[in-house]
Write a protein that binds this ligand. Structure first.
Ligand SMILES: Cc1cc2nc3c(=O)[nH]c(=O)nc-3n(C[C@H](O)[C@H](O)[C@H](O)COP(=O)(O)OP(=O)(O)OC[C@H]3O[C@@H](n4cnc5c(N)ncnc54)[C@H](O)[C@@H]3O)c2cc1C
Length: 369
């Protein structure tokens, strides 16, 4: 006699096993929101990158895309709110108050959670910048909802749930995380992971203002003075069009200068793999990869870099990847567009000379622009 056939058990981690009917009070949550990060009049480009990603999610869900701008009641805040329409916002929420002049967690958390509780977005996206990481954590814990940090992909499932994918276990695994039973579904995304959408000149649309409802005495943090980071403008690595990087294969800090020289001739930024930072050969702001910067240049030249997954995730958005490596089996050749199997220590000076001879200062600017 044969065993009775058992229905296949739902696997422990399957979506079907965990999805419940959304609690009644969360059913009113609709629309996709993007937090527009602006500090001292500068909108962080990751906000516009997220507007591009948010537009796709909103279109799929057939809901509106809204921007949320916090800041002092000044021209820069108004400008950021107006710009959001040029990056695809259907409407913009604004909390403008002098207490929001400089970033302070308490005031920003209060502003954002109040607006969320009033207007109820289904999805809330923030940039995984220093400010965004700090704010997203406290907003999620205040709202008692789920947050997936440092996402590399965002999508919506057939049932409308946000599928937020991020690398885990040191980048060796990609995992997709859902916030099934709480709202809003929150996610942060690092700069340059999503492509920058085209800016289109658009008239200012609906702006909804919301009061902060706080006084200075409610805020424990006091800003005594602001010291700009002297090095903040030093590296434009994340936003450079051309990047030359070196790895352990270069063998010594002296040889790393070959990378800097080629970058100099190309009008490019230079970067490196993580071991070079750990060895103290290069400063940490130049590290590319999962725990460094994500880049999306038109051209990426990698010399003596093996192409480990943690490096790959930071560069695979590049239009053209040129790899120079002595080992023809190096993993970087699996995703490079052009592979050169040779000694980088010999090739880099030759490339530098060849480009120096061919590029006038004028055409160099053109490459960099
Ligand atoms: C949690 C975690 C986070 C991490 N985050 C990052 C990150 O953000 N960024 C990152 O880069 N790494 C990161 N790593 C480290 C990563 O796993 C790799 O160890 C690292 O990327 C390897 O650096 P590499 O390619 O320079 O060195 P190696 O892997 O040692 O590769 C050197 C390469 O150079 C080649 N080579 C040798 N001599 C020459 C020569 N003369 N000319 C040309 N090629 C030559 C070799 O064939 C080899 O392929 C992380 C690791 C972990 C666990």
């Amino acid at each position: 006699m044969s065993e009775p056939t058992k229905a296949p058990a739902a696997s422990a981690g399957s979506r079907a096993a965990t999805k419940k009917e959304l609690p009644e009070h969360f059913k009113a949550y609709k629309h996709v929101w993007v937090f527009i990060e602006q500090e001292r009049g500068q909108v962080h480009p990751v906000s516009w990158e997220l507007m591009g990603a948010g537009r796709k999610l909103a279109d799929k869900l057939k809901v509106e895309l809204a921007a949320i701008v916090l800041g002092p009641d000044d021209e820069a805040t108004q400008h950021a709110a107006a710009e959001a329409f040029s990056y695809g916002a259907d409407l913009t929420y604004v909390v403008a108050d002098p207490l929001l002049t400089d970033y302070r967690n308490e005031a920003y958390t209060k502003a954002l959670t109040d607006v969320v509780n009033t207007y109820k977005p289904e999805i809330l996206l923030l940039g995984a910048t220093t400010l965004g990481r700090d704010l997203a954590g406290s907003v999620a814990t205040t709202l008692l909802t789920g947050l997936t940090a440092d996402c590399t992909e965002l999508d919506v499932d057939a049932d409308g749930s946000l599928a937020a994918t991020r690398p885990t276990f040191g980048g060796s695994l990609l995992c997709t995380i859902y916030t099934l039973n709480y709202r809003p579904q929150m996610a942060t995304v690092r700069p340059r992971v999503m492509p920058m959408p085209e800016r289109e000149e658009k008239p200012i649309g609906r702006i909804i203002t919301h009061p902060l409802g706080m006084v200075e005495d409610d805020i424990v943090t006091k800003i005594l003075s602001f010291l700009p980071d002297r090095d903040s403008a030093k590296s434009n690595l994340a936003y450079a069009d051309v990047v030359v990087a070196g790895g352990l294969g270069l063998g010594s800090p002296e040889n790393f200068q070959l990378v800097r020289q080629l970058a100099g001739v190309l009008g490019a930024e230079y970067g490196c793999s993580r071991p070079l930072v750990q060895k103290g050969w290069v400063t940490s702001d130049r590290q590319i990869g999962q725990t460094g910067k994500t880049i999306r240049p038109k051209l990426y030249i990698a010399a003596g870099i093996s192409g480990a997954i943690q490096h790959r995730v930071g560069v695979e958005g590049a239009d053209m990847i040129v790899a120079i490596n002595t080992d023809k089996n190096a993993p970087i050749f699996d995703f490079a567009h052009v592979g050169i199997v040779t000694d980088a220590i010999r090739l880099l000076p030759a490339l530098t000379e060849a480009f120096r001879a061919r590029l006038s200062p004028h055409s160099r600017d053109r490459i960099a622009s």
